[in-house]
Design a protein around this ligand. Structure first.
Ligand code: HEM
Length: 459
């Protein structure tokens, strides 16, 4: 597209018109002004398998099932009131993260910490705690790290994410599907079985407890909330067991990758640029002090930390493209005819690294996001200068939870520990992996506690 000097292109794959977009103006046309047309999703082998046959919100084509699940997720799972109700559970996982990293530091000496592992498992722990009230399926590790069960669970979530909407030739030539030529279907089914092995017994037992034994217990998590929803007119359960299982998986998938990916990249960039680390730590010391740990109530005052997260979303999005949209009617965009059923891929790197939008687009400069009047930095950008949470009716309903998870993760690691390069290194390589946008080598940092011993939670 760069060579052709265009910001919108069309490629024909089988019978499908695939439209790619790299400009905020065309993105806004699609997701804001013509949002009602571009509000569906493709039918792909990967999405069919991971949604239990399109029972969930994130990847289901537009229609009654999507509307039902979107309503439930927005009003019953991710509403402000519900997120307030779940705050203690999130804080338990922030404390647990601090404890785990503190133990990895060999107390005061300092230790090598795999930032990717810590960040991914923090996200896994938070979302499991909110959804099914569980950090560990087994015993966990003595130092606070994940046990083999959680490692398998989180690895399987990332495996599924890696294959959702990945190019698979049978999505465009459906008669090839039964041959599974690229092996994607087998990989996805194996990863899904791994997740079910852990999720299903918890969900089945809870459905039995509420619906069969009709026990009177306190509602403790999102799983309970979903089980107890009833149809207004009949009073019978609103969601089937498959819908609950599929939706819980959908939300687990939605929560694990973006916050951990952005944090790892922000750390890599900042360790290479110690002045940025220093500025972030100064902000934390001013807002939080050194006698306690960061709380969610501090986040509104941590504008530089949020600017670092936002810069990581701009420069290092988790995927090259937004989740694909599908047009539900013929239309015209930017002077081009787009037939009904076209698949639209908005390029996250095309927007975030666009030289027409950003000065020195390839440099990590968080200060570009600070508002001159000192007003709050937010991680979303509905005008699509960068694509973090997207916008429109398929836009992310998890903006508040996702922003909180990301900022708390960054702030907690920066406030509790001093980060430098491992002794043998002179700089962190910022090369991207060959097949995705992760750092080519998982980031390892040398962490040392920077607060008094009594401030850290103990095991
Ligand atoms: C930093 C964290 C997050 C980022 C950057 C992010 C970003 C996105 C993006 C780009 C989309 C696709 C929007 C589109 O199709 O145009 C999306 C969809 C979605 N996200 Fe998030 N997300 C985050 C966290 C979360 C969390 C924590 C949840 C809930 C647990 C969540 C739930 C969803 C759902 C349900 C959808 C699908 C909406 C639909 O298709 O109707 N997200 N997110």
């Amino acid at each position: 597209m760069e060579k052709m000097n265009t910001q919108i292109a069309c490629i024909r794959l089988g019978r499908v018109h695939v439209i790619t977009v790299t400009s905020p103006e065309v993105g806004q046309e699609l997701l804001l002004r013509q949002d009602s047309i571009f509000c569906s999703r493709p039918v792909h082998m990967s999405t069919e398998i991971s949604t239990y046959g399109y029972l969930t919100v994130a990847l289901t084509p537009y229609g009654e099932q999507w509307k039902k699940m979107r309503r439930i997720v927005t009003s019953e799972v991710l509403s402000t009131q519900r997120l307030r109700w779940l705050q203690d559970k999130r804080m338990e996982e922030v404390d647990h993260l601090t404890r785990w990293v503190y133990n990895l530091c060999n107390n005061d000496v300092g230790g090598l910490v795999k930032v990717r592992t810590v960040a991914q498992h923090y996200c896994g722990n938070v979302i499991r705690k909110l959804m099914i009230n569980k950090r560990y399926f087994g015993e966990g590790m003595v130092d606070g790290g994940p046990g083999p069960e959680e490692i398998e669970h989180v690895d399987s979530l990332f495996k599924i994410l890696g294959y959702i909407n990945a190019f698979s030739v049978s999505d465009y030539l459906p008669w090839l599907r039964r041959f599974d030529l690229d092996g994607h279907e087998k990989i996805l089914r194996n990863a899904l079985e791994n997740i079910k092995k852990y999720n299903d017994p918890v969900i089945d037992e809870r459905i039995h407890m509420w619906r069969v034994k009709k026990e009177k217990k306190e509602v403790q998590d999102i799983l309970d909330v979903l089980i107890l929803l009833t149809d207004d007119s009949t009073g019978s359960p609103l969601l089937s067991s498959s819908e609950i299982k599929a939706q819980i998986l959908d939300l687990m998938l939605a929560a694990v990758d973006n916050p951990s990916h952005a944090t790892e990249w922000a750390f890599a960039e900042m360790i290479n640029e110690p002045k940025l680390l220093q500025r972030a730590v100064e902000e934390l010391d001013e807002v939080v002090g050194k006698d306690r740990l960061v709380q969610e109530s501090d986040l509104s005052n941590l504008n530089f930390i949020k600017a670092c997260a936002r810069e990581a979303f701009r420069l290092h999005p988790v995927s090259a493209f937004n989740v694909p949209h599908v047009s539900t009617a013929d239309t015209n965009v930017a002077g081009y005819f787009i037939p009904k059923g076209s698949h639209v891929f908005i390029s996250r790197t095309g927007l975030g690294r666009n030289p027409k939008m950003w000065k020195e687009p390839l440099k990590f400069k968080p200060e570009r996001h600070l508002n001159p009047d000192g007003s709050q930095v937010v991680l979303s950008d509905p005008k699509l200068g960068l694509l973090s949470f997207s916008t429109g009716r398929r836009g992310c309903p998890g903006v508040v939870l996702g922003s909180t998870m990301t900022t708390m993760l960054l702030a907690t690691l920066l406030h509790g520990f001093t980060w430098t390069m491992p002794p043998s290194m002179v700089s962190i390589s910022l090369a991207e992996a060959e097949h995705d946008l992760t750092l080519s080598k998982p980031l390892v940092g040398l962490a040392k506690p920077r607060l008094a011993k009594n401030v850290y939670p103990t095991l």
